[in-house]
Design a protein around this ligand. Sequence first.
Ligand code: FMN
Length: 166
Amino acid sequence: MSQSIKVIYGSTTGNTQRAAEAIAAGLGGTAVSAADAVPDDFKADLLILGSSTWGCGELQDDWQSALPMLEAADLSGRKVALFGLGDAVGFADTYLNAMGEIGDIVKAAGGILIGAWESAGYPHSASTAEENGHFIGLALDDDNEPGETAGRIGRWCAQLKTEAGL
Ligand SMILES: Cc1cc2nc3c(=O)[nH]c(=O)nc-3n(C[C@H](O)[C@H](O)[C@H](O)COP(=O)(O)O)c2cc1C
């Protein structure tokens, strides 16, 4: 039986929303705004969670109402993939910190992160979403490298198909 896939995202100006819709289309899943998410959305076989980073390293606002649902979800032993949108030049030292924050919650809830993405070549200087030369999920930057986004999403979807056995 095919796996249910939910892409839950927080987006203020539409960049993360467009990425979420492209990822959902690439994997045969459904994209849902964090502002509209309900607890059942967090029960999908494969959860893909995305956020842009705002303020100085903060989660996108729509995640505030969805975070309690994520924290309450039973993620033990479940695969979860993350993606983030940020500005690796203008906010080089807080690049994608929102993805780091979501990653911490997923790990605390017992989830298994898949979809790590090599960080070499990005112009950032620091990120809480980076571990051992990799971001914990897909790193996108529509402010500085919009031409890279479609290709990165395509390669990441192919990687997830392998890692999640889709
Ligand atoms: C006021 C402001 C603060 C921002 N802070 C950060 C930040 O701390 N880290 C980061 O990586 N990007 C930061 N960004 C860049 C946004 O995350 C980026 O533009 C993103 O593509 C917006 O996606 P969205 O339209 O889905 O919300 C900031 C942008 C603005 C305008």
